[in-house]
Structures are given as structure tokens and as C-alpha cells.
Design a protein around this ligand. Structure first.
Ligand SMILES: [Zn+2]
Length: 285
């Protein structure tokens, strides 16, 4: 049970008002209709309060620091206050999003890497709370279009769409781990799928994160994207060819590149780098 100050205050007021109403009904000065109205208001207020304080129901386990120190380079490089902020966001993520293993028993290490994938790229966008995401389903290996698992299958991650998949993200566990373990390549499936979610914030996964890009930059961004996609198709680009599949995949792929190897991206693609700075680190512009 949550014993924060607002909860105690609410409980005190609820007991006081309930007593007055019960005495009123007993003495015949308040009828049952009012009793029902007051009860409904109190239940509504109580529910709201619990929802607001939900983050307090999950506590950061100090053991988790070992996992973050071992696996998450971004966390290691933060100072003490930055690490505390990171831990606060881990708690926020766990309070809002379920992380489940589809065909294996989920453990804290894997859950922490999922949460870190949602924190590292969006460190300077704390107002963005994972869009409409409600659950991340992790598979023990890569999977196919029928959600069948197999190491020879090709899907590493996916953001669900439509029906009951609209609020779900799917990830392959080995691909997720590789994103954190290999710090020299440009790949990170967690960053990739969360980039799709950021793109989806305006209602469309179209490679243009309109809520995070000044309106006048939409055209220049689209031109840059198409120019680079052409280069990829002509074999003149170091961007992962998967980015040439569509504008949406380009945004996710270039986001991985930006978060894993920003210094190379800035050198080789200064225009794209500037645009991504505007999207992910707006206060630095
Ligand atoms: Zn993708």
C-alpha cells in the first residue's frame, strides 16, 4: 500500500466525509442518493490519486545498478545525479509498461535493457512517455511474420499495429542484448523500435516525427532522406541498406546510427546529424 502524504491526506478526508454522510443518512438529513453521489466522487478521486502515484509503487532495486554498470554505456558515463535521474526513469517505465517473455522466463536484466532502450535515445525528451505503448513482448530468438521463433528467422523487432497489437512492441532477446554489448557498430534494435514509436506519436509511422521537428524542417528533412535512400540504392552510402526500404525504416535506421556512433554520423552526414540533433536534442540547437 502506498503511504505517501497525498494518499494519507486523501484517506483522512475520505473517512471524515464518509462519517458526516453516514451520520446524515442515520439522522435522516441526507438521503441515499447523496450517499451514492459522494461515494462515487470519493472512488473517482481515490482512483486518480493512485494512478498519479503509481510510479511510487515500483521501487528501484539497488542490485539493478550492477546490470546498468555492466551493460549500459550511457548510464556508466553519467555523473551521480544523471544516474539517479536514469534510475527514476527506469521506475517510471516499469510503472507504465509491462515487459514479458513470450517463450522464456523474464528476468530483471532483460527488463532493464528494454527500459534502457526507451531512455537512452530520449534522454532530452523526458516529456515523451513511450507513446501508446503498453507492453513489450520479448522472444528468446528472432522470429518470423507468424511470430514463430527460430534462429534462422529474420525479424529482430517490431512495433505492432492495429487491433490488440497497437500497443505492443516485439523484440528478439539476443538482438536486444547485442545492441548494448557491441558499442562499435551502428545497430540497436531497441533504439530502432522506440524510434518507430516516436515517429508514430503524430499518428503515422511515415519517417517524419512531426511532433519533434519544426514544421519548416519537414520538407528539408524529406529531401535529405530521399537523397540518402538514393545513395544507399546506388551503393554509395554507409547507412544500413535496410534504411532504403521506406522513409519510416530510414528514420529508425538513421536513429540507431545517431545514437550508437554520433561522431561518425556527424563527420559523414553533417546535414542528417543536424536534423537528428533537432529531433532528439532540441535544446542543443
Ligand atoms: Zn523498423
Amino acid at each position: 500500500m502506498n503511504n505517501s502524504f497525498p494518499t494519507k491526506l486523501f484517506l483522512g478526508i475520505a473517512i471524515f466525509v464518509s462519517l458526516i454522510v453516514v451520520i446524515g443518512v442515520w439522522r435522516g438529513t441526507i438521503d441515499t442518493l447523496w450517499l451514492t453521489v459522494v461515494a462515487m466522487v470519493l472512488v473517482g478521486l481515490g482512483y486518480n490519486l493512485i494512478a498519479k502515484n503509481r510510479t511510487m509503487l515500483v521501487a528501484f532495486d539497488p542490485i539493478w545498478r550492477n546490470v546498468l554498470m555492466d551493460k549500459v554505456k550511457f548510464y556508466v558515463e553519467l555523473d551521480e545525479s544523471g544516474r539517479q535521474e536514469f534510475e527514476k526513469r527506469i521506475v517510471q517505465f516499469f510503472s507504465a509498461i509491462r515487459v514479458s517473455g513470450v517463450d522464456f522466463a523474464m528476468d530483471d536484466e532483460c527488463r532493464l535493457l528494454v527500459a534502457s532502450s526507451s531512455i537512452v535515445p530520449f534522454w532530452d525528451l523526458p516529456q515523451w512517455q513511450y507513446g501508446q505503448l503498453q507492453e513489450v513482448l520479448v522472444y528468446s530468438s528472432h522470429f518470423d511474420e507468424n511470430y514463430e521463433v527460430g534462429s534462422d528467422h529474420h525479424i529482430l523487432g517490431m512495433v505492432g499495429s492495429g487491433g490488440n497489437m497497437a500497443h505492443v512492441m516485439l523484440l528478439s532477446k539476443p538482438a536486444l542484448y547485442l545492441g548494448f554489448e557491441n558499442n562499435s557498430n551502428k545497430h540497436h534494435v531497441g533504439f530502432h523500435e522506440f524510434a518507430h514509436l516516436l515517429d508514430k506519436s503524430d499518428g503515422e509511422v511515415d519517417g517524419i516525427p512531426e511532433l519533434f521537428l519544426p514544421k519548416e524542417m519537414v520538407n528539408p528533412w524529406t529531401k535529405l532522406v530521399h537523397r540518402e535512400i538514393t545513395r544507399i540504392k546506388e551503393n554509395h552510402s554507409d547507412v544500413d541498406p535496410y534504411g532504403a526500404t521506406s522513409d519510416a525504416e530510414f528514420f529508425a535506421v538513421i536513429s540507431e546510427y545517431y545514437h550508437k556512433r554520433p561522431e561518425i554520423l556527424e563527420k559523414k552526414h553533417p546535414d542528417l546529424f543536424k536534423m537528428l540533433q533537432m529531433i532528439y536534442h532540441p535544446q542543443s540547437i
